[in-house]
Design a binder for this molecule. Structure first.
Ligand SMILES: [Zn+2]
Length: 85
Protein backbone atom coordinates (compact mmCIF):
# COMPACT_ATOMS: atom_id res chain seq x y z
CA UNK A 1 0.00 0.00 0.00
CA UNK A 2 1.35 3.46 -0.89
CA UNK A 3 2.20 6.15 1.60
CA UNK A 4 -0.33 8.91 2.06
CA UNK A 5 0.42 11.96 -0.13
CA UNK A 6 -1.14 14.28 2.42
CA UNK A 7 0.55 16.75 4.73
CA UNK A 8 0.19 17.15 8.44
CA UNK A 9 -0.73 20.49 9.97
CA UNK A 10 2.99 20.94 10.71
CA UNK A 11 3.75 20.59 6.98
CA UNK A 12 5.37 17.17 7.27
CA UNK A 13 4.63 14.27 4.97
CA UNK A 14 1.93 12.03 6.40
CA UNK A 15 3.42 8.73 7.49
CA UNK A 16 0.18 6.77 7.32
CA UNK A 17 -0.70 4.36 4.55
CA UNK A 18 -3.11 5.58 1.91
CA UNK A 19 -6.49 3.94 1.62
CA UNK A 20 -6.67 1.22 -1.02
CA UNK A 21 -6.94 2.81 -4.47
CA UNK A 22 -6.34 6.32 -3.09
CA UNK A 23 -3.33 8.60 -2.68
CA UNK A 24 -4.42 9.73 0.77
CA UNK A 25 -5.33 8.18 4.07
CA UNK A 26 -8.80 8.75 5.48
CA UNK A 27 -7.51 11.72 7.50
CA UNK A 28 -6.19 13.54 4.40
CA UNK A 29 -8.92 12.55 1.96
CA UNK A 30 -10.11 16.16 2.08
CA UNK A 31 -6.76 17.29 0.65
CA UNK A 32 -7.38 15.09 -2.39
CA UNK A 33 -10.77 16.69 -2.98
CA UNK A 34 -9.35 20.22 -3.08
CA UNK A 35 -7.44 19.24 -6.25
CA UNK A 36 -4.08 19.98 -4.68
CA UNK A 37 -1.35 17.38 -4.54
CA UNK A 38 -0.80 18.14 -0.89
CA UNK A 39 2.83 19.11 -1.52
CA UNK A 40 2.24 22.86 -1.29
CA UNK A 41 0.05 25.25 0.59
CA UNK A 42 -1.75 27.94 -1.47
CA UNK A 43 0.53 30.64 -0.07
CA UNK A 44 3.69 28.76 -1.05
CA UNK A 45 2.96 29.26 -4.76
CA UNK A 46 3.22 33.06 -4.76
CA UNK A 47 7.00 33.57 -4.25
CA UNK A 48 7.82 31.19 -7.13
CA UNK A 49 6.22 33.53 -9.68
CA UNK A 50 9.07 35.99 -9.14
CA UNK A 51 12.38 35.23 -10.84
CA UNK A 52 15.04 34.25 -8.33
CA UNK A 53 15.29 34.95 -4.65
CA UNK A 54 15.49 38.53 -3.30
CA UNK A 55 19.24 37.98 -2.93
CA UNK A 56 19.57 36.97 -6.59
CA UNK A 57 17.58 39.98 -7.75
CA UNK A 58 19.83 42.21 -5.63
CA UNK A 59 22.90 40.66 -7.23
CA UNK A 60 21.41 41.32 -10.67
CA UNK A 61 20.88 44.97 -9.77
CA UNK A 62 24.51 45.21 -8.68
CA UNK A 63 25.59 43.66 -11.98
CA UNK A 64 23.55 46.20 -13.97
CA UNK A 65 25.07 49.10 -11.99
CA UNK A 66 28.56 47.67 -12.52
CA UNK A 67 27.90 47.31 -16.26
CA UNK A 68 26.65 50.92 -16.46
CA UNK A 69 29.73 52.18 -14.61
CA UNK A 70 31.95 50.11 -16.91
CA UNK A 71 30.25 51.60 -19.98
CA UNK A 72 30.70 55.11 -18.56
CA UNK A 73 34.42 54.47 -18.03
CA UNK A 74 34.77 53.23 -21.63
CA UNK A 75 32.98 56.35 -22.96
CA UNK A 76 35.21 58.68 -20.90
CA UNK A 77 38.30 56.76 -22.05
CA UNK A 78 37.21 56.97 -25.73
CA UNK A 79 36.56 60.75 -25.43
CA UNK A 80 39.98 61.19 -23.83
CA UNK A 81 41.60 59.48 -26.81
CA UNK A 82 39.59 61.58 -29.28
CA UNK A 83 40.63 64.84 -27.59
CA UNK A 84 44.30 63.87 -27.76
CA UNK A 85 44.12 63.26 -31.51
ZN1 LIG B 1 -2.49 11.14 5.55
Amino acid sequence: MDQCQGRTKAGNRCKRSASAGFLYCSTHADQARTGRSGTKSPGADAPEILVGTPEERGALDTLIVAAALGAAVVVVFAFGKLLRL
